[in-house]
Design a protein around this ligand. Structure first.
Ligand code: FES
Length: 173
């Protein structure tokens, strides 16, 4: 069917105001969903960062699991503490900050290469947190570990800075 001259004159184009209103509502809805998501995420993070307080000394600990859940050589992320627990070959444990000592990027454990490799500038650290490739010059900070009734408990009050690895930094079973 052909469009007549009259129909063309009456045609005002697509209904822009209605479409704009619809788009505005859609954006508002997306914004609202983003706000809900953000508050849920924030709540989850805050909730997950809650640690258990040891009644004996009033310090904060995170339970990292039972001894038997770690084989010698295992490195496990403990996201709620922003740290890793590493079981060394002799069976001892060390808890390492996941913050790179170069410029502070979060550093992942590379299971395949058995080392921490910083995605920012390529620093590498071994399972004890010692630098094996610069630009970082200092080992990863560590947290004191306590073993109670077969449970590995990490004191998260504050990471301890160090210049070298020393055997006193690990906890024997
Ligand atoms: S922040 Fe990790 S190498 Fe620079």
């Amino acid at each position: 069917m052909r469009t007549t001259q009259k129909q063309m004159e009456n045609y005002n184009g697509p209904e822009k105001p209605q479409r704009r209103t619809l788009l505005n509502r859609l954006w508002a809805l997306l914004g609202l969903l983003a706000c809900i998501e953000l508050s849920w995420l924030t709540g989850s993070i805050l909730k997950s960062r809650k640690t258990k307080t040891d009644s004996a000394d009033g310090e904060n600990y995170i339970d990292a699991g039972r001894i038997e859940s770690f084989k010698p050589g295992d490195v496990k992320a403990i996201p709620e503490g922003l740290l890793y627990v590493s079981r060394l070959d002799d069976g001892s444990f060390i808890a390492l900050s996941r913050t790179c000592t170069h410029l502070g990027c979060a550093i992942p454990w590379n299971e395949e290469n058995q080392k921490f490799v910083c995605p920012c500038h390529g620093s590498m650290f071994d399972r004890t947190g010692v630098v094996i490739n610069p630009p970082a010059i200092r080992p990863l900070d560590y947290f004191p570990v306590r073993i109670e009734n077969g449970l590995i408990r990490v004191n998260t009050d504050k990471p301890i800075k160090r210049e070298i690895f020393e055997p006193t930094q690990v906890t024997q079973v």
